[in-house]
Design a protein around this ligand. Structure first.
Ligand SMILES: NC(=O)c1ccc[n+]([C@@H]2O[C@H](COP(=O)([O-])OP(=O)(O)OC[C@H]3O[C@@H](n4cnc5c(N)ncnc54)[C@H](O)[C@@H]3O)[C@@H](O)[C@H]2O)c1
Length: 347
C-alpha cells in the first residue's frame, strides 16, 4: 500500500476508538455514543472514492482506497491533496492536523492488500448492476464477519444488487454527494433484507464523522435527493428546448435564486412561508404545465451522439472546458461550500 505521493502509509492503522460489537456470528450493533468506524475501505477511487476516503480520514477512520489502476490512485491523491489545501486555507483544517489526516489514508491496486475485514467496505465502482455484483462475488468471501458492505449507487435497485449476496443482512445503500468531503448529506438506504442493527450502525458512523445522515424508508430508484434533482433537471431541459431560456440562464436562476435560498430553507418551509393558499393556487396553475417527459431529452441525446461527456471529455451542455477551467470550477465550488458550512452555524 502507498500513502500520498507514493510514501509508505500506515496500512490499516486503527482510527479512533472502538465502534461495534463484532463477533463470529456476523452480528453487528453499537452500544455507546456514535464513533467513527475504525477502518473503511473504498473500492473504486474515481470521483466519489477519493472524497469519501478523505471524509472518513477527517472523521478519524483509517481509510483505504482500492482501484484497478495506479493512474486512478494518482489522480485520487491529487484530488485529496487539493481538497486538503483548500480546507486548510479556509480554516476548516489546521495545518498541524494535515499530516495526521493524510496519514490515515492508504491506497492499493491489490484487493488482497486492502484489509477487507474493515468495519465498513464501500463499493463505488461504475453505475452498472453486473459490474457491482461481480465485485461483490469476489469481495464478499474476504469480508470480516461483522463487516458492513455498502454501495454508493445513485440509482440502482438495492434488491437487485443484493440478490447474489450470502449475507444480504449486512448490505446497505450509502448514497453520498459530490464532493463527498464537503457535502454534509448522506442518504442511508436499507434494502428489504438489511438488518436494523446495520442501518443503526451506519447512521451512527455517519453522524460520528460529522455528516448529516437521512434514512430513506423505501428502496426507490434515485432515493430522495436525486429524484428531486432530476425532476428539476427534466423541467430545465424542457424550458431550454421550448426556447424559454438558455442552459446558462437555468444555471444562473438556480445559483442566484433557488440554490442560495434552499441552503437555509427547504422547499416545504418555503411553501409554509409563502402561504399555503398562494402555494395551492400556483400548484393548480403549474402542475398541469410541467414536463412529464420520459425520454432522454433531445438536447442531451444530440450532445451524446456527438460524443460529449461533460467536463471529463472537455465538452458539455454549457460548451467547452479546458483543464484550467475545470480546476477553477472545482475550487470555486469547494470554497463556496466551505464558506456555507461556516455560515450554517449562524443560521
Ligand atoms: N459522481 C457522482 O457525483 C456520484 C454521486 C453519488 C453517487 N455516485 C455513485 O458512485 C459510484 C461511483 O461513481 P463515480 O462517479 O465515482 O465513478 P467513476 O467512474 O469516477 O469511478 C469509478 C471507479 O471505479 C473503478 N472501478 C470499476 N470497477 C472496479 C473494480 N471492479 N474494482 C475497483 N475499481 C473499479 C473505475 O475504474 C473508476 O476509477 C456509482 O455507483 C455512482 O452512481 C456518484
Amino acid at each position: 500500500m502507498t500513502g500520498p505521493g507514493g510514501a509508505a502509509g500506515p496500512g490499516g492503522t486503527a482510527g479512533q476508538g472502538t465502534t461495534a460489537q463484532q463477533g463470529g456470528t456476523g452480528q453487528v450493533g453499537w452500544t455507546n455514543a456514535p464513533l467513527p468506524p475504525r477502518s473503511v475501505v473504498c473500492v473504486g477511487a474515481g470521483t466519489m472514492g477519493a472524497g469519501m476516503a478523505l471524509a472518513f480520514a477527517l472523521g478519524g477512520s483509517a481509510a483505504t482506497m482500492v482501484a484497478r489502476r495506479q493512474a486512478t490512485l494518482d489522480t485520487a491523491w491529487r484530488r485529496i491533496e487539493q481538497s486538503v489545501g483548500l480546507m486548510t486555507a479556509a480554516g476548516r483544517l489546521r495545518d498541524a492536523d494535515t499530516d495526521a489526516v493524510l496519514g490515515r489514508i492508504t491506497a492499493t491496486t491489490d484487493l488482497d492488500d486492502a484489509e477487507l475485514t474493515a468495519d465498513l467496505v464501500i463499493e463505488m465502482v461504475a453505475e452498472d448492476v453486473a459490474a457491482k455484483r461481480e465485485l461483490y462475488r469476489v469481495i464478499e468471501p474476504l469480508l470480516g464477519p461483522g463487516t458492513i458492505l455498502a454501495t454508493c449507487t445513485s440509482s440502482l435497485p438495492l434488491a437487485e444488487l443484493a440478490a447474489g449476496l450470502a449475507r444480504p443482512g449486512q448490505f446497505i445503500g450509502y448514497h453520498w454527494f459530490n464532493p463527498p468531503e464537503l457535502v454534509d448529506l448522506v442518504e442511508i438506504v436499507p434494502a428489504k433484507q438489511t438488518a436494523a442493527t446495520v442501518t443503526d450502525l451506519v447512521m451512527a458512523f455517519t453522524l460520528a464523522i460529522g455528516k448529516q445522515p437521512v434514512r430513506v424508508a423505501a428502496d426507490v430508484p434515485g432515493f430522495i435527493a436525486n429524484r428531486l434533482q432530476y425532476a428539476l433537471i427534466r423541467e430545465a431541459y424542457s424550458l431550454v428546448e421550448t426556447g424559454v431560456c438558455t442552459p446558462a440562464e437555468v444555471d444562473l436562476v438556480v445559483t442566484t435564486g433557488l440554490g442560495p435560498r434552499w441552503t437555509v430553507i427547504g422547499p416545504f418551509l418555503s411553501v409554509d412561508l409563502a402561504g399555503l393558499d398562494v402555494h395551492q393556487a400556483v400548484v393548480q396553475q403549474l402542475f398541469p404545465r410541467l414536463s412529464t417527459a420520459a425520454d432522454v431529452p433531445p438536447l442531451l441525446a444530440a450532445l451524446r451522439a456527438d460524443g460529449a461527456l461533460g467536463v471529463k471529455g472537455g465538452h458539455g451542455v454549457l460548451g467547452s472546458y479546458d483543464d484550467d477551467q475545470t480546476r477553477a470550477i472545482a475550487e470555486r465550488r469547494a470554497r463556496v461550500l466551505l464558506g456555507l458550512d461556516s455560515l450554517r452555524g449562524l443560521a
